[in-house]
Design a protein around this ligand. Structure first.
Ligand SMILES: [Zn+2]
Length: 292
């Protein structure tokens, strides 16, 4: 009788918080940068062996990689060390050759030409699968002629687009695609770093069936003890197939805290039903890019 009661209690607790010790399965890091200040191929604090060790010890089995310039991504994709570490690289074309490109890419035809050339070349391990991350600090620049051309190009080639933009720019970028957003594969970096309300995220997810939300730096995501805030938990239960996690290693400090970042994800993922946690942690990214 007492054993049955203990079992019942354990089952009830599992229902409330599916994985009390946190999520322990594989992770898909859907927003990773390997920029030249991390390692330029010669010197730097984070050579391939270092970043791969960080992924490996955190159970990160696949990454969306992009870098300024694109050499870091290509090095990650081509290295036998990457395969030895059990990491699959999904390479994206970064739009930035340097810092100045951040504020001008959407109207600079040489960026469009660079993307075409990189896409044609691909990586040693296969074709590029996406474009980005790019930033729009003023959403109106989503209507820049190069931004529009790139959105049409991405949809035509079935490339994903990692976009650090606000909710207004999501609508504008979607409008530039041939399908008017119905077939566009935008991964919304940070799901709105400015903190678009959960209701607005919900509205955009309804409107654009392939829109995905990446969750690094998302304001309002976690509340007490690193657990999900109620409105975000509800959104994930409503759209379990639409969210992904990411490290956003945009500066070297993010590499230094890679363990803590991934552990933080495991804490709140453990607060979700096991099947939803696995989707957000791994399945959504894996199925988007056909990673086994
Ligand atoms: Zn980023």
């Amino acid at each position: 009788m007492r054993r049955a009661l203990t079992l019942l209690l354990a089952t009830l607790c599992m229902g409330a918080s599916a994985q009390p010790g946190g999520y322990t399965g594989p992770l898909f890091d859907a927003h990773l940068h390997y920029n030249e200040e991390a390692w330029n191929g010669q010197v730097g604090p984070h050579p391939l062996s270092d970043v791969l060790a960080r992924m490996q010890r955190n159970g990160v089995k696949a990454i969306v990689a992009n870098s300024r310039p694109n050499d870091g991504t290509k090095a990650l994709a081509a290295s036998p060390q990457t395969r030895a570490a059990g990491v699959t690289v999904v390479p994206f074309i970064r739009l930035y050759r340097n810092r100045a490109d951040y504020n001008n890419w959407f109207r600079d035809d040489t960026i469009y030409d660079m993307v075409q050339a990189e896409y044609a070349r691909g990586t040693a391990q296969g074709p590029f699968r996406g474009i980005g991350e790019f930033h729009l600090y003023d959403s109106a620049n989503a209507n820049g002629h190069v931004a529009k051309k790139l959105m049409a190009f991405a949809e035509e080639k079935n490339l994903a687009v990692l976009a650090h933009v606000d909710d207004v720019a999501i609508d504008l970028l979607m409008a530039s695609t041939p399908s008017k957003g119905q077939k566009a594969r935008i991964i919304w970096a940070h799901t709105g770093i400015g903190g678009a309300p959960a209701a607005r995220v919900d509205e955009l997810f309804t409107k654009y069936p392939l829109l995905m939300g990446e969750l690094s730096y998302r304001p309002g995501l976690t509340c007490d003890s690193g657990k999900l805030c109620p409105e975000w938990r509800a959104l994930m239960l409503k759209y379990p197939g639409r969210f992904m996690i990411g490290s956003d290693t945009w500066v070297n400090q993010r590499w230094q805290y890679y363990d803590e970042l991934m552990q933080g994800y495991r804490v709140w993922l453990g607060d979700l039903p096991a099947d939803v946690a696995k989707k957000i942690a791994w399945d959504n990214g894996a199925s988007l890019f056909g990673v086994k």
